[in-house]
Design a protein around this ligand. Structure first.
Ligand code: NAP
Length: 485
């Protein structure tokens, strides 16, 4: 598949309603992990361009916060229909930039559309409270107010849906936005922004800064005019941002990493469990915050389950995500592929047995790694504790529910837990006992629905939630108004 020069994309910065670049602007490359071809180049924002974007958002805030909610909602509704028009094009660029199969990318644009529609509706339900007064001739009301400029910083694995969770909640609540997407998917971000521009959002209301996380992200985190940081990414960077942003006392919402498990008890439907495990572990090439990376299985059914999981995994077609029928694409870049290699090697050194895979697929390209299943893993092994973010699944044997739940809860993360069982008793107990923001019973670890709070416990987040109206706990603050009459 060759690419002519004219097909290359170029992304500039979107500040104050215009696509801008400086005379000496530097550009970074976006490389297709499936083919190593250049997808295009994108502007690397400087610190002064970060300031310009924040100033534009800050100025626009005065107007936007006083725009009626139905008017704000109308922009989101319009953008939903414009995203529909550019769905295929945006999905193609996402797949080229980060490798996931085109069907997954198309599904992701569908999530953006659903989020725009959902948040447009939620605007009408930004209710306040009336509080009984302690004195006669007095009314007291509490109202939700926007905070100002929200900086949204997002990762590459879901290039546009995660941005839509943050940005549409911020916008409908009356905040203005500066968005810093991951560098790997900067051109997908450009198309996303073109759609919002076409929807006619007032200038400065939304701004796009591509470029280094270190430069752009840090400047946003320390800027006094940024009132909210809404971050999705690794726990390590989330911790750094929390520290940096603390000096200006800005609000910070963190959606971070995970070490998610599927527990399989001996009374489970093993066919359904195997199906859920394979889907959760290997879609998006295991590069999901909610990907299953541990199977915690009752010893009595381990062999049978392992066979079923291997058989289903072997059916998955690996290749370029643009090709029909491919369900597992490459990893996002070579560095991620090497990281996976290192983890697998360490797993073997620590006593794990490779039951499937365990090698790069260099005949397909530099970023391909075979879906890998490692048996005989113990809960204290590195592979059972650290987030890998790749197609690697560890099998851990246990004796019964109590041990399974203790292993499940024995990592620093707490994002998603799944349990397969036909016992109402153990299903109900798991819903209580799992220290996870998300619990799935007889379903894999990775399945979020619109309107349901999404987020993690422990080091998977800092207690905030997205994808539902609970996002307004981040994007608004309460004002109490006393009226004596
Ligand atoms: P990452 O390295 O933490 O990067 C995330 C974003 O932060 C990118 O835009 C990145 O910019 C920026 N960044 C990097 N270093 C920064 C710094 N020092 N200061 C400020 N910003 C900085 O994460 P990733 O590799 O893109 O994504 C994978 C991680 O995201 C995994 O840990 C995964 O579990 C997590 N994740 C969590 C959720 C959830 O909802 N809980 C969802 C998806 C992913 P550059 O690209 O320019 O470096």
């Amino acid at each position: 598949m060759s690419q002519t020069k004219t097909e290359l994309l170029q992304g500039n910065l979107y500040i104050n309603g215009e696509w801008v670049s400086e005379e000496k602007q530097t550009y970074f490359e976006s490389i297709n992990p499936a083919t190593q071809e250049l997808v295009g180049t994108c502007a690397a924002a400087t610190a002064s361009q970060v300031d310009a974007a924040v100033n534009a958002a800050s100025t626009a805030y005065n107007h936007w916060k006083n725009t009626s909610i139905p008017e704000r909602a109308a922009f989101l509704t319009k953008s939903a229909s414009l995203f529909e028009d550019r769905k295929e094009e945006l999905a193609q660029v996402m797949t080229k930039e980060m490798g996931k199969p085109l069907t997954e990318s198309i599904g992701e644009v569908g999530v953006v559309i659903a989020t725009a529609q959902y948040m447009a509706g939620e605007g009408r339900r930004l209710f306040g409270e009336i509080v009984p007064a302690g004195f006669p001739d007095r009314d007291i009301k509490m109202v939700r107010e926007p905070l100002g400029v929200a900086a949204c910083i997002t990762p590459w694995n879901f290039p546009v849906s995660l941005a839509s969770y943050k940005m549409f909640a911020a916008l409908i609540a009356g905040n203005t936005v500066v968005w810093k997407p991951a560098s790997e998917v900067a051109l997908s971000a450009k198309i996303f922004m073109e759609v919002l521009h076409a929807a006619g959002l007032p200038k400065g209301t939304i701004n796009l800064l591509t470029g280094s996380g270190r430069i752009v992200g840090q400047r946003l985190a320390t800027h006094s005019e940024v009132k909210i940081i809404s971050f999705t990414g690794s726990t390590e960077v989330g911790q750094q941002l929390a520290e940096m942003s603390s000096k200006t006392l800005k609000r910070i919402s963190l959606e971070l990493g995970g070490k998610n498990a599927v527990i399989v008890l001996k009374d489970a439907d093993l066919d359904k469990a195997a199906e859920g495990i394979v889907k959760s572990a290997f879609t998006t090439t295991g590069q999901r915050c909610t990907a299953a990376s541990r199977v915690i299985v009752d010893r009595s059914v381990k062999e049978e389950l392992l066979k079923k999981v291997i058989a289903l995994t072997e059916e998955m077609k690996i290749g370029n995500g643009l090709e029909q029928g491919v369900v597992i694409g490459p990893l996002v870049n070579e560095q991620q592929c090497r990281l996976v290699e290192d983890y697998v090697q360490k797993a073997v050194e620590e006593g794990g047995n490779i039951a499937l895979g365990g090698c790069a697929l260099s005949e397909l390209g530099a970023c391909y790694y075979m879906p890998t299943i490692i048996d005989n893993v113990h809960s204290n092994h590195t592979i059972a504790q650290e987030e890998i973010f790749g197609p690697v699944l560890a099998f851990i044997e246990v004796n019964g529910y109590e041990e399974a739940m203790s292993v499940n809860n024995g990592t620093m993360y707490g994002l998603s837990t799944s349990i397969y069982t036909s016992s109402l008793h153990y299903a109900s107990r798991a819903a209580k006992d799992a220290v996870s923001g998300l619990v799935y019973i007889n379903n894999g670890t990775s399945n979020a629905e619109m309107g349901v709070a999404f987020g993690g416990m422990k080091m998977s987040g800092n207690g905030h939630r997205e994808v539902s109206h609970h996002a307004f706990d981040v994007m608004t603050e309460w004002k109490s108004v006393y009226t004596n009459y």
